[in-house]
Design a protein around this ligand. Sequence first.
Ligand code: AMP
Length: 448
Amino acid sequence: MTTFNDFDLPKSLQKALDDMGFVTPTPIQERAMPVILSGRDMMGIAQTGTGKTFAYLLPILKQWRFVQADTPRVVIIVPTRELVVQVTEEVEKLTAYMSVRALGIYGGVNINTQKTKVYEGVDILVATPGRLMDLALDNVVRFDALQKLVIDEFDEILNLGFRVQVTSILSMMKQKRQNILFSATMTDDVDEMLNDFFDFPEEVSLAASGTPLEKIQQLAYHVPNFLTKINLLKHLLQEDGYNRVLVFVNNKRVADLVMESLEEDFDGQFGVIHSNKSQNYRLNTMASFQEGELRGIVTTDVMARGLDITDVTHVINMEFSEAPEQYIHRIGRTGRADKTGTAISLISPKEQELQIEAEILMEKELELLPIPESVVIADRFLDFEKEKQKVKILLKRPKQEGGEAFHEKKDKNKKVNLGGPGKTKPRKTKPRNRGAEKTKAAKRKKKR
Ligand code: AMP
């Protein structure tokens, strides 16, 4: 079996790994090492939890030589502020015995403080696309000494709508550099960017058996409505073993709603994180969770990607992910590195189609469990569930009832778009061969 000793790392780097207690490289670390060391461009397909951050940091740091430069030699672009903080920390841990200046920059905080830090000199810069573009346009961040560009979670960066920022940043960089790209899934958007801006990077992907999915037990309940989901959630949380729990929902309104319900029975045990919460609040809540002061966090997909939260015992999907890839990212929050974990999805009748899409993508079925008898089945639907239902019914009506229904449909649709949660946004990403998958999904549905 390969160990980190086989990588022939400089002593300072090896010692940092020893301090962390890491002995064996993960599959993506083993496979990315020779490609990145060769200087070729690379496109790595790996999800979070596979050790992908060290997969690019280790070869970069193995080749590190002292150079007199104050502008960054390595730029790492990541989608979220939390990920900037996390990757910067990983760089700092690995370079504990090296003299490498790492700096993380992201939006939403004072730009002048960050400018001062950039001027003090930086070797490895970790950044979100928007803030990096702003500082580069201002000529504060300069790419004169840049040798390597890492784009991590490329699919998510594009999902979040940062294409313009990324292309603008690329246009400010000189051609001669190594590009190291990582994406959890190969989407059409990523593919298009590769064609337009990168020259046939070598693709390094993990065999299906190397993905962390195998270590995750995937359970599901078919639940008639949201209030029953809340009852079931509370029932589950009374059971043993639910020590570190991430509860996922699809939007911040539902996140607040679930949080309020949990406070009734589990006061002070849960926190909530979504995009309306301030950066400080989010980081503090994360820290409380990481330190075990909080038992769980209710969150939207803001947190599903990238963040490294250790020892999550359970991921609970209160609402099913609208994109199947997102489901995989969510459940990837548990079962990380050498741990196992459990993912539980509470699935409403409308969400069952999304479940099938995810199952097809994973080539694996969720294990369906009956709702425990002691869970009260509610018969009331909440407003946001009703809104979704109405749309569905009304969309069918014009055929049956003609003009009158048409006006009604328009009004209702408007109402939903103004604030109703749920599937009002079209999917931005499509995996390759999406058409083929759809057909498969349809066929399989018919079979059931
Ligand atoms: P990542 O996929 O980069 O988010 O990493 C997931 C987690 O695995 C992080 O907590 C890393 O510190 C940890 N990790 C990375 N490489 C290894 C390794 N070779 N052995 C054990 N854990 C690792």
